[in-house]
Design a protein around this ligand. Structure first.
Ligand code: F6R
Length: 242
């Protein structure tokens, strides 16, 4: 495990984008596993800027997102598809056919999970998986208690995740109760993982994730066993380190 502690969020975002940029330069056909949420927004902004000046090229890149809310269509402004288009895809030279997210409005959840597993198997292994850290230790939407071996599945979101994500919706009752997520087994099979964590509110859970007992109750603890994990945390997030 490599841990990089940055001055602040802007520095974190630059370092994370440099890490991903280096991956794209070394392997222009990379398969990137991508995350949504607040933390990677600055990383995406830096990637967009680097793409604009042609430092990095997305023409041959394929992306597989971690998750999507069940019930939200791609054009819903809180869907993860919409988030990705707004924050990255619409502003870089990626080919839309190389973008993959679970379909939030798929009629049959089981069929959708199987379809997504197949995409991950066909395109994988993921070269670089970007992750954020949930306040309860989730990665993707793999909530506490999820088996480490899972593939794509439909999850019931925990109260703490609904609470944490309510900030993006008009009211808490609008937050979908279920989501599709890539499984922990698939995340762990990525060749490299980059975990980005920002802010004092994540300090305790980050300490637990990287140095606590490995348990499905804190899904991110499994990352301790990944052979190529890089954690980029800002000073605030790193303040509970041993
Ligand atoms: C999003 C995702 C989630 C977030 C996590 C942290 O695709 O998979 O695991 O990474 O909830 O979210 P933020 O960055 O908003 O604190």
């Amino acid at each position: 495990m490599r841990i990089i502690i940055t001055r602040d969020y802007d520095d974190l975002s630059r370092r994370a984008a440099d890490y991903i940029g280096a991956q794209l330069i070394l392997k222009p056909t990379s398969v990137l596993g991508l995350a949504t949420g607040s933390t990677p927004i600055g990383t995406y902004q830096n990637l967009v800027a680097a793409n604009k000046v042609q430092k990095i090229n997305f023409a041959a890149v394929k992306t597989i997102n971690l998750d999507e809310y069940q019930g939200l269509a791609p054009d819903h402004d809180q869907s993860y598809y919409y988030f990705m288009k707004k924050n990255l895809f619409d502003s870089v030279n990626i080919d839309p056919k190389n973008i993959h997210l679970p379909d939030g409005v798929a009629k049959d959840a089981q069929v959708e999970c199987a379809r997504y597993d197949q995409i991950i198997n066909q395109l994988g292994p993921i070269d670089l998986q970007l992750l954020g850290l949930g306040a309860n230790g989730h990665i993707g939407f793999n909530e506490p208690g999820t088996a480490f071996t899972t593939g794509t599945h439909l999850v019931g979101l925990t109260e703490s995740t609904i609470e944490a994500n309510a900030r993006f919706f008009a009211q808490k009752s609008d937050v979908p109760r279920h989501a599709f997520t890539m499984g922990i087994g698939q995340i762990m099979r990525a060749s490299k993982i980059l975990l980005v964590v920002s802010g004092a509110g994540k300090a305790e859970i980050l300490r637990e994730a990287i140095s606590g007992p490995v348990t499905p109750q804190v899904p991110a603890t499994i990352l301790q066993f990944h052979p190529d994990l890089t954690v980029i945390a800002d000073q605030e997030a790193a303040k509970a380190f041993p």
